[in-house]
Design a protein around this ligand. Structure first.
Ligand code: G6P
Length: 608
């Protein structure tokens, strides 16, 4: 998704801005641009495609500037070309502006501005904002921006600079993230903390409706009512080394291999083995609300939604609480019947996904208590939740989410113990789950050793154009997640579904060219899964099975078998997901694709 970086400080702005853009690359983009305040005025350079293309266009020419803004664009209005790339300008060419989000009323505003004589160059909604600021005819650009904002409908994070004001960056936030990093004699404003961590150890998160004027000698922040406020900077607890590959060829592989440690970090301090309880100090103020809740409504998108699906099964089977997971993008449109006795549980790695945020706000509006599992502290969702559990897994850079899924699923297990012990879960049952959870990291390490073997299986199937992913009960979620990983990374069409559902239509697709990845573990649905595998095999379908160590019988049905260690059924998606992540990774590498930045995808989708 689009990325913003703005720089004002004692050092050279251009390298700082390019470094910031590179650190935002992981979010996905299709063009980029930079506007620099040079002695002769503002120079803007843009390029389509990778940031390397922008660097090429900049041509290594010396450009000394202490102020500038830069942007990576993920097209929403108008194709990905140089004209549509940000920053955008007004008619005078004095205002240069970059924007994340979507301006919903831009068409009407554009027509009105054109009627007044404004000339537009691009097809973007963003350019409207530059002209609106110009159209206020206000001498002070900060006041002009605030006047222009009143006319906008939609979501935005905006930064802009003005040629006549060489020592200021103006910015505004409504619905899209914006953070300010305070470094040594320099201030960086960005849409994502990863663009900041190499230069600043303190950060200020802007809230919706806030506007800021960044000057060399400090910041002026106004709240939604226009009153000046002071905001306490927070310390950044991520090490800038987390944004490096640390010897791995891709962030994705590094993050797959980080999973044992990531899970330990997620559960550390949250298990009381003596009492057989899960501890969530974050929920202290809501213990009674959680105990008396009638139901849990889970909202999330993409991979996080799959972790939520495991949560739904766990909360019902183990904690006895009626639960339902929703695609966050559907939640508020389907008129959910929820209220004061509902716990709404939002799951989001980035904490900035627009649909999840909208679902959370819908839950609040309807009176639900909102709890959540978020990895990025200080993100919008983390701040808006009534209580938030932090994943503590460090930065996830790869667009395809891996360690976030297993961490979220581990936290779902802890939450099932938390809710379960408030209800009828026995001490023995709770201890069983908690003890097994602590063994999961070592079991993951064993699966990671199979990476080479999984690569060989990927080589065998590299020509397949379609894949079916099947699983039952807890591993329906794993099948959906495995299929998503393959689609995201290798652009192979893959469908995930409950194995029992396959015979109601999809089985028609099965032939020798349409392989199936089958999660078939030694669990309560093993025999049913074996029958479904037979149905595929006798129609000529090739099967790769993810099976439980020691299961020899499965070899008579599946052509390839990847073994994972035994665990209890609810935790099995954590283990079964790992070979599927590795399989998708190897498929993409074998096809020569850009694993960390798959086409068309964004790490954090901040538009609806
Ligand atoms: C995007 C990413 C997915 C992610 C989803 C939800 O689509 O590409 O990998 O699962 O957003 O993101 P979140 O940050 O809310 O977990």
């Amino acid at each position: 998704m689009c990325g913003i970086v703005g720089y004002l400080g004692k050092n050279d702005a251009l390298p700082a801005l390019i470094d910031g853009l590179k650190r935002l690359e992981y979010r996905g983009y299709d063009s980029s641009g930079v506007a620099l305040r040079l002695t002769g005025g503002i120079e803007c350079v843009k390029a389509v495609g990778k940031i390397a293309n922008l660097e090429k266009k900049l041509g290594g020419k010396e450009r000394r500037a202490d102020l500038g803004i830069a942007h990576t664009r993920w097209a929403t209005h108008g194709e990905a070309n140089e004209i549509n790339a940000h920053p955008h300008s007004d008619c005078s060419g004095k205002i240069w502006l970059a924007h994340n989000g979507i301006i919903e009323n831009y068409k009407r505003l554009k027509e009105e501005l054109e009627a007044k004589g404004h000339i537009f160059k691009s097809q973007t909604d963003t350019e409207v904002i530059a002209h609106l600021i110009e159209d206020t005819h206000e001498a002070n650009p900060f006041i002009a921006m605030r006047k222009a904002l009143k006319m906008l409908k939609g979501a935005y994070a905006i930064v802009f600079i003005h040629e006549d004001f060489p020592e200021k960056i103006m910015a505004a936030k409504m619905g899209s993230p914006l953070v300010i990093g305070l470094g040594d004699g320099e201030t960086i404003i960005a849409s994502d903390i990863s663009a900041i961590i190499s230069r600043a150890r303190e950060v200020i998160y802007l809230d919706d409706g806030e506007v800021v004027e960044i000057r060399k000698n400090g910041l002026k922040i106004l709240d939604v009512l226009g009153a000046e406020i002071s905001k306490e900077p927070r310390k950044i607890d991520w090490d800038s080394g987390e944004a490096e590959k640390k010897g791995f060829p891709h962030f994705m592989l590094k993050e797959i291999f980080e999973q044992p440690e990531a899970i330990l970090n997620s559960v550390r301090g949250r298990i009381d083995s003596e009492k057989g309880e899960a501890i969530f100090e974050e929920f202290d103020a809501f213990t009674e609300t959680a105990r008396s809740a009638r139901e849990i409504a889970i909202v999330a998108c993409g991979t996080a939604m799959h972790a939520g699906l495991v949560g739904e099964y766990m909360f019902e089977e183990m904690a006895g609480v009626p639960s339902k997971v929703d695609y966050a993008s559907e939640f508020r449109y389907r008129t959910p019947v929820i209220g004061k006795d509902t716990l709404l549980l939002a799951i989001s790695q980035s904490g900035e996904t627009a649909d999840t945020l909208a679902a959370l706000r819908e839950g609040k509006k309807r009176g639900a208590t909102t709890l959540g599992v978020v990895n990025v502290l200080g993100s919008t969702i983390a701040r808006e939740l009534d209580a938030c559990v932090h994943n503590r897994i460090g930065l996830e850079m790869s667009v395809a989410s891996t360690k976030a899924f297993t961490s979220q699923t581990a936290i779902m297990a802890l939450l099932s113990v938390y809710f379960g012990r408030q209800r009828e879960m026995t001490f023995a049952k709770a201890k069983d789950i908690l003890n097994e959870l602590l063994l999961i990291p070592e079991k993951i390490k064993k699966i990671l050793e199979l990476s080479g073997e999984i690569k060989k299986i990927a080589e065998k199937h590299i020509k397949a154009k379609n894949f079916l992913y099947l699983g039952r009960k807890y591993n329906v979620a794993t099948a959906l997640e495995g299929a998503l990983k393959l689609k995201e990374l290798s652009y192979i069409h893959a469908e995930g579904m409950p194995s029992g559902e396959m015979k109601h239509g999809s089985i028609a697709l099965i032939d020798d060219d349409f392989p199936t990845m089958f999660i078939c573990l030694k669990d309560s649905v093993y025999e049913k899964n074996i029958s479904n595998m037979e149905e595929i095999r006798c129609r000529g379908g090739r099967i790769i099975a993810v099976a439980t160590e020691g299961d020899e019988k499965i070899k008579s049905v599946a052509g390839d078998v990847i073994y994972v260690p035994e665990t209890i059924e609810p935790l099995s998606p954590i283990l079964a997901a790992i070979p599927l992540q590795l399989f998708a990774y190897h498929m993409a590498v074998l096809k020569g694709l850009d694993v960390d930045k798959p086409r068309n995808l964004a790490k954090s989708v901040t538009v609806e």
